[in-house]
Design a protein around this ligand. Structure first.
Ligand SMILES: [Zn+2]
Length: 258
């Protein structure tokens, strides 16, 4: 049987955490931070407590109680039962926080698949901003942090567009898409019951629409049984909007004021 469970990303922008189960294989499509939910309880100087592991995150619904998903160190701090990880992988579509950042809480042995450029961007973000509990996507220090705490490097597997790989009963094909950050991908996932297509975040009004068209063409050709699409602007009226137009108008304004 193949099932999809949405732990985030429905009726909100981002926060995507979509569990795809097929036979004995369990993967997440993205594992992002929900800005909408977080803003309901926290603000600049009011943050979830780190001292009790993931307790505040679970209580406030920023994370869901998913057995076999989270880090042993955080589970121990929250006085929760530690069980071996039972998620086979995360497919990360791109490096935006609302898709990537809550990977920080996941068990060290869960492999994270991402594009090569996405990996570079996450490395740059982590080098620049340092680590907080909510931004430990690539590596983290075991908590509670004390002298001699080990740094844990996550298992990262990178791909390029059109590469194909297998995770348990699933065959996966990432295809590049255009988005407001480089290194963004949609996924074609061949399950035992048919093909599932996940768009991640896409746009056609950006600087590289052809990349999104490549993805759409491929998605159309595999005749998916399920399409999971981002819908931030899906109900907007059509309007004359493109990054090329923004660029032209900015140039016009800046040159006319010389
Ligand atoms: Zn995005």
């Amino acid at each position: 049987m193949t099932t999809l469970t949405f732990y985030g990303g429905v009726n909100e922008i981002g926060g995507n955490k979509i569990l795809l189960e097929d036979k004995d294989t369990r993967i997440f499509l993205d594992f992002g931070k929900s800005f909408t939910r977080r803003k309901m309880y926290f603000e600049e100087f009011l943050n979830p407590r780190v001292a009790n592991g993931i307790e505040d995150f679970l209580r406030m619904g920023l994370l869901q109680d998913i057995e076999g998903a989270y880090r042993d160190d955080l589970m121990a701090m929250s006085k929760k039962k530690i069980v071996p990880p039972n998620i086979d992988a995360v497919l990360l579509s791109h490096a935006h926080a609302d898709h990537a950042d809550y990977i920080s809480f996941l068990h060290r042995r869960i492999p994270i698949y991402m594009g090569k450029t996405c990996h570079l961007i996450l490395q740059a973000i982590e080098e620049r901003s340092g680590s907080t509990l909510e931004r430990e996507v690539l590596r983290y220090k075991e908590r509670p942090i004390k002298s001699g705490s080990k740094t844990v490097e996550r298992k990262i597997i990178t791909f390029r567009t059109g590469d194909k790989f297998k995770i348990g009963s699933l065959d996966v094909e990432p295809i590049h898409v255009d988005h407001s950050i480089p290194g963004a991908y949609g996924f074609i996932i061949y399950t035992s019951e048919g093909t599932v297509v996940y768009t991640g975040d896409i746009r056609l009004h950006g600087t590289n629409p052809q990349m999104t068209i490549d993805f759409i063409d491929k998605a159309k050709s595999v005749k998916p049984i399920v399409l999971i699409a981002e819908g931030t602007r899906i109900a907007d009226e059509e309007r004359d909007e493109s990054e090329a137009k923004v660029s032209t108008e900015c140039k016009q304004i800046s040159t006319s004021q010389r």
